[in-house]
Ligand binder design. Structure first.
Ligand SMILES: NC(=O)c1ccc[n+]([C@@H]2O[C@H](COP(=O)([O-])OP(=O)(O)OC[C@H]3O[C@@H](n4cnc5c(N)ncnc54)[C@H](OP(=O)(O)O)[C@@H]3O)[C@@H](O)[C@H]2O)c1
Length: 302
């Protein structure tokens, strides 16, 4: 295993006739931190695997997924815009993947069948708990109703939290609630418009989660929040958006988290979720416990 001087995140894995392949399938994928994260984990455990970017345009998704078995892949991650498109190409879905109609991890099983899972919700929960927050019995305001919001909503509803989902397009919040209730009929979940009524929803919330895509582009994105509505000490504010440059520790990377931190709330960025969702995928492919701190260091220092 070699390293480029000055770029410790770039590994030269040993590749031989027994190397197992995994990767990330998306369009584009050049921004992905997952190759650095997983290759560091394989190196740390001495596993003969390599993780590669797989830039697959939408027109090639079906051909590419069907080729995984023949090419000997152990599995892949799936990212935007293919998370829903791969569903009909798989043999088995985990309950969460079926419930939210989204897959971020494919496993090629020993019998050649393809299993689809969504590890985002479990990754979110694990990181939340690592920060000392048990969501059971909490009142939670979830902003957004896209793919990531669905995974988080299903995970939180399954823990017995009470959820208010606020989204710019109200119909998508309604649809998210329908999906969660179809899978978990006793879930406590309601849909709301965004940003109307934010002040009322914020007052009740122990935990506020930004699962919109706002915050990635700090220079041009509006806040996923109304700055006239205050956060408060004791409140937990979680942003799925992460800035790998900070390692999630040294500073609060998004304006949303900065606002929360300034008001005395506990602010958490999405780096830990990235690491834990990746760790779940790693364990599904290799059957080995993921070296979480190695993975965190690999994404945190880029
Ligand atoms: N940390 C992690 O491991 C992790 C994992 C997965 C995703 N993520 C992050 O989570 C975020 C969401 O991802 P996704 O896949 O769910 O995206 P998505 O499916 O495209 O959903 C985007 C969401 O953002 C909302 N939105 C976009 N522009 C908006 C605006 N100008 N005002 C108000 N709302 C707006 C959309 O509302 P409408 O419905 O009204 O369009 C929708 O609810 C991304 O930043 C992604 O990087 C992080």
């Amino acid at each position: 295993m070699g390293v480029i001087p000055g770029r410790p995140e770039l590994f030269f894995p040993r590749i031989d006739g027994s190397t197992r392949l995994v990767g990330v399938m998306g369009w584009p994928v050049s921004h992905s931190r997952s190759p650095a994260m997983h290759n560091a984990a394989f190196a740390a455990l001495g596993l003969n695997y390599v993780y590669v970017p797989l830039p697959v345009p939408p027109s090639e998704v079906a051909t590419s997924v069907r080729a995984l078995r023949g090419l000997g892949f152990a599995g892949v991650n799936v990212t935007v815009p293919h998370k829903a498109a791969v569903l009909p190409l798989l043999d088995v879905l985990t309950p969460i993947a079926a419930a939210i109609a989204s897959v971020n991890t494919i496993v090629v099983r020993a019998d050649g069948t393809l299993l689809g899972d969504s590890t985002d919700g479990a990754g979110f929960l694990e990181d939340l708990r690592a920060h000392g927050c048990e969501p059971a019995g909490r009142s939670i305001l979830l902003l957004g109703a896209g793919g990531a919001a669905k995974a988080v909503a299903y995970a939180l509803a399954g823990c017995g939290a009470t959820l208010a989902v606020a989204n710019r397009t109200r119909e998508r919040a309604d649809e998210l609630c329908r999906l969660v209730l179809a899978a978990l009929p006793s879930a406590r979940i309601t849909a709301h418009p965004f940003p109307d009524g934010l002040a009322r929803l914020a007052v009740r919330a122990d935990l506020v989660v930004n699962a919109t895509s706002l915050g990635l582009h700090v220079d041009r994105d509006p806040l996923p929040w109304d700055p006239a509505v205050s956060f408060r000490p004791g409140q937990i504010v979680y942003d799925l958006v992460y800035s790998p440059g900070t390692g999630g520790k040294a500073s609060l990377p998004t304006p949303f988290l900065r606002l929360a931190g300034e008001a005395g709330a506990q602010a958490i960025d999405g780096l830990g979720m990235l690491v834990y969702q990746g760790a779940r995928a790693f364990e599904l492919w290799t059957g080995q416990q993921a070296p979480v701190e190695v993975m965190r260091a690999a994404v945190g220092r880029n």
